[in-house]
Design a protein around this ligand. Structure first.
Ligand code: FDP
Length: 361
């Protein structure tokens, strides 16, 4: 078997059209993030032995109980980003405000946003979890970043990715030139660090699928377009779709998106009526937007029900948003159900009133 490209080699080839200094800065930053994720994966794989299980007794910016591994992962990412010369600041699910780099706040050209540990409820159950990250331009380079510096639509991301801590540790990454899939190789000579190798390039999500993922326990809160879509899938061959569907729910977004990357499917955490003031469960900046960029780059589609997620300009770091993403034929269908005036009046109001939807570039 010929030698597979390493992360750095694959990124150099992927960014061949970018001026060398810019490419090098992005590559160095992504390699640092990837290295931090290797450390997170090592702690996760040692589980109770590393003291990574259980609650710490504190809450994150959203008032959610923090797990030990949430904190450890956040600290590992932070320790790495502090030493990245190109990173001016970063924001994490675990902190209310962004944090400017102590050294590079003015000189850095990037802002990094991340969910250090996605799928926290699965940690003790030893089910796949992940890290999600996004690299944004620091538009006013030379000025220390503020929370408002991060309020850019998802289309302006320079790179986005996730690392999946599953049976294999995998990283899926885009620099807006298609999607690359890496596997962490730990079978290296003694004394050498594990290395990321490119195991699939130009990943594509099939346009059609018969598989969907949604937390069905929320069914009574769904709005009409989602009720209709899921009911039709469940009706299978005997319903209007005239074919059977399969359902999955891992409760780790990274694992769901990875399944979609490998064989197609759709993932939904739609807007619901449970808490009308919260438009969804997932966070725009460090969950929805990076996943949307990956999915679009792989030929899929990512929407809130009516509009593409990558057009949304956040108004706060931790803004929530409905998420529906995956195989494009199914997403097109769901968007058409939301557009149907007979299906849902509240969605029509939401669509016309939203201040946050930008026209597509
Ligand atoms: P978690 O809170 O455990 O980190 O916020 C993200 C997320 O997990 C997703 O990864 C996952 O898809 C979803 O929440 C799980 O939600 P449910 O608890 O409603 O299943």
């Amino acid at each position: 078997m010929t030698e597979l490209p390493t992360l750095r080699e694959a990124l150099l080839a992927n960014l061949a059209d970018v001026p060398a200094d810019q490419a090098q800065a992005l590559i160095d930053t992504l390699c640092s993030i990837a290295q931090a994720c290797v450390q997170v994966g090592e702690v996760a794989s040692r589980g109770m032995l590393a003291g990574a299980h259980g609650l710490v007794g504190s809450s994150n910016s959203q008032g959610e109980a923090q797990k030990r591994l949430d904190i450890i992962a956040d600290e590992l990412m932070t320790a790495t980003l502090q030493h990245c010369p190109h990173v001016a600041g970063w924001a994490s699910e675990e902190h209310e405000r962004q944090r400017p780099s102590a050294v590079h706040a003015r000189g850095g050209r990037y802002l990094v946003v991340f969910d250090p540990l996605d799928g926290s409820s699965n940690i003790e159950a030893n089910i796949s979890i992940g890290t999600i990250f996004s690299v944004l331009p620091h538009t006013y380079r030379g000025v220390a970043p503020m929370d408002s510096s991060y309020m850019l639509p998802g289309r302006e991301q320079l790179a986005a990715g996730y690392v999946l801590y599953g049976p294999a540790t995998m990283m899926v990454l885009t620099c807006k030139r298609g999607v690359m899939m890496f596997t962490l190789d730990r079978a290296v000579p003694a004394g050498q660090a594990p290395r990321w190798v490119l195991t699939q390039d130009q990943v594509k999500i099939p346009h059609s699928t018969r598989e969907f993922a949604i937390n069905a326990s929320n069914q009574r809160f769904w709005e009409k377009p989602i009720q209709r879509y899921v009911a039709e899938c469940v009706a299978g061959e005997s319903g209007p779709r005239m074919k059977d569907f399969n359902m999955r729910w891992v409760a780790s977004m990274v694992a769901e998106v990875h399944r979609i990357m490998t064989r197609g499917g759709i993932f939904m955490y739609p807007r619901d009526t449970r808490e009308p003031r919260k438009p969804g469960r997932l966070r725009l900046m460090y969950e929805a937007a990076p996943m949307a960029l990956l999915v679009e780059q792989a030929g899929g589609r990512a929407v809130n029900g009516t509009a593409d997620l990558l057009g949304f300009v956040p108004d706060t770091l931790h803004q929530r948003v409905p998420v529906i993403l995956g195989s494009s034929d199914e997403i097109d269908r769901i968007v058409s159900y939301h557009a149907d005036p007979h299906e849902n009046v509240s969605w029509q109001l939401f669509k016309t009133r939203s201040l946050f939807i930008q026209p597509q570039a």
